[in-house]
Design a protein around this ligand. Structure first.
Ligand code: URA
Length: 435
């Protein structure tokens, strides 16, 4: 088999066989197919598309390109959750202890933030001493004993995707539905869960800007997950404005803790209950999503989810007292309000710009190796549809550098549009895709 022939076949609109796709991925991972040939193949796929069978074959080949995590030592049905990423998305921090409190084993691999979106691992490191750098053995032991563990993605999880994603990033071939779906799902399949609940974001802060594209991506990923024998559901949720109010690592941790204390923002609570219900049903811990929802509300009310978070933080070296005293999390030196320039109704918030404000303050990473400031960020006070008076606070900004604060503040004000006429609030859950 020759890569040249495969490129030609795809370029001319042909369909690649499972064997051809395996050959291509195996040899690319080993370094035997050069980047320039793979770039040509990605561009051919970009223009010619892939059939369902080809997409599944690509997903499976990438999933098998490295370690396939074996979670069979963990009792119960393991359910993973994945978000396509957004601003203020601290869902895993509150959701995983909620479902774990109901006996759903959570064995999760998470990533760090890059660009305007945050990462669960960075947020968790707001707890003194907390580490995700644990061994696979410790990871499984923690899930069996406490019900929850989160570790950093190992280098050998779907290495073909890692290489290919970096290549797509610099060859203008990222935004193809089949390539995105196979990239995300290859990592999920390699991470070993029995069932997967996907949170596909839609809007200005998301990868997919339109609902139509978000639903199409959701359908594609659900088909791949189910095709690979893992029960998969996708929730399509709004990311046209930040989720909840807090944006920034320790600030988001505090909001997640507030949520487990029964004081969470309405949209954030709704998302946790929706995703959580599907996770609980997938793990056979409730017969219906309605029953699961009731149970999830109860573990917030009786503080079992909060206790579960404290147990999890402690098991990975963190200080559990910060769960009960979130005021002891990292704090910024300068805390100031940003005043509304005029009265009216919030019409629009350019969501990714709010993520960029946090990045400017030092809360995000410009490159893979940047150091981040866990304390900085923003807490919004007004979201789309809210009424505001001139001079009233739109947000509170948390900074450790006056120059960065001024830069972020200017950008923040440019991201808000205030209208004279009443604006309807945004719907959070846009739909559910089950098959
Ligand atoms: N996230 C991924 O992991 N892969 C893509 O292709 C796009 C987003």
């Amino acid at each position: 088999m020759r890569m040249y022939d495969l490129i030609m076949k795809k370029r001319n609109g042909g369909t690649l066989s499972d064997e051809e796709i395996s050959f291509m991925i195996e040899n690319y991972t080993k370094g035997e197919i050069p980047d320039y040939q793979m770039s040509a193949m990605m561009m051919a796929i970009f223009f010619q598309g892939m059939t369902e069978e080809e997409t599944l074959a690509l997903t499976m080949a990438m999933a098998h390109s490295g370690d396939m995590l074996d979670l069979s030592d963990i009792q119960g049905i393991k359910v993973d959750k994945h978000s396509t990423g957004g601003v203020g998305d601290k869902t895993s921090l509150a959701l995983t202890p909620m479902v774990a409190a109901l006996g759903v084993p959570v064995a999760k691999m998470s990533g760090r933030g890059l660009g305007h979106t945050g990462g669960t691992i960075d947020k968790l490191e707001s707890f003194e001493g907390f580490s995700t750098g644990i061994s696979e053995e410790q990871f499984k032991k923690n899930v069996n004993h406490i019900g929850i563990s989160i570790m950093g993605q190992t280098a050998d999880l779907a290495p073909a995707d890692k290489k290919l994603y970096a290549l797509r990033d610099v060859t203008a071939t990222v935004d193809n539905m089949s390539l995105i779906a196979s990239s995300i799902m290859s990592k999920k399949l390699a991470a070993g869960a029995d069932a997967i609940v996907l949170d596909v974001k839609t809007g200005s802060g998301a990868f997919m800007k339109t609902e139509e594209d978000s639903f199409a991506l959701a359908r594609e990923m659900v088909k791949l997950g189910n095709g690979a024998g893992r029960k998969t559901v996708a929730v399509i949720s709004d990311m046209d404005q930040p989720l909840g109010y807090a944006v920034g690592n320790a600030l988001e941790v505090k909001e997640a803790i507030d949520t487990l204390n029964g004081n969470g923002p309405e949209d954030f609570v709704e998302l946790c209950l929706t995703l959580g219900s599907y996770m609980v049903v997938a793990a056979n811990k409730a017969a219906s999503v309605e029953e699961a929802r009731e149970k999830l509300i109860r573990v917030i009310e009786n503080k079992e989810a909060l206790e579960k978070l404290a147990d999890f933080i402690e098991a990975q070296g963190g200080n559990r007292e910060q769960v009960y005293h979130p005021e002891r999390l990292p704090k910024a030196d300068i805390i100031e309000e940003i005043a509304a320039p005029k009265a009216g109704y919030i019409e629009r918030i350019v969501c990714d710009e709010i993520g960029i404000c946090s990045l400017i303050l030092g809360g995000g990473r410009e490159t893979k190796d940047s150091e981040i400031d866990l304390a900085v960020g923003l807490v919004l006070h007004k979201k789309v549809g809210d009424k505001v008076e001139a001079g009233e606070a739109l947000a509170t900004i948390h900074a450790n550098d006056r120059g960065k604060l001024e830069a972020a503040k200017k950008r923040f004000l440019d991201a808000y549009t205030i209208s004279d006429i009443c604006v309807t609030k945004k719907k959070l859950i846009k739909g559910i895709v089950t098959e």
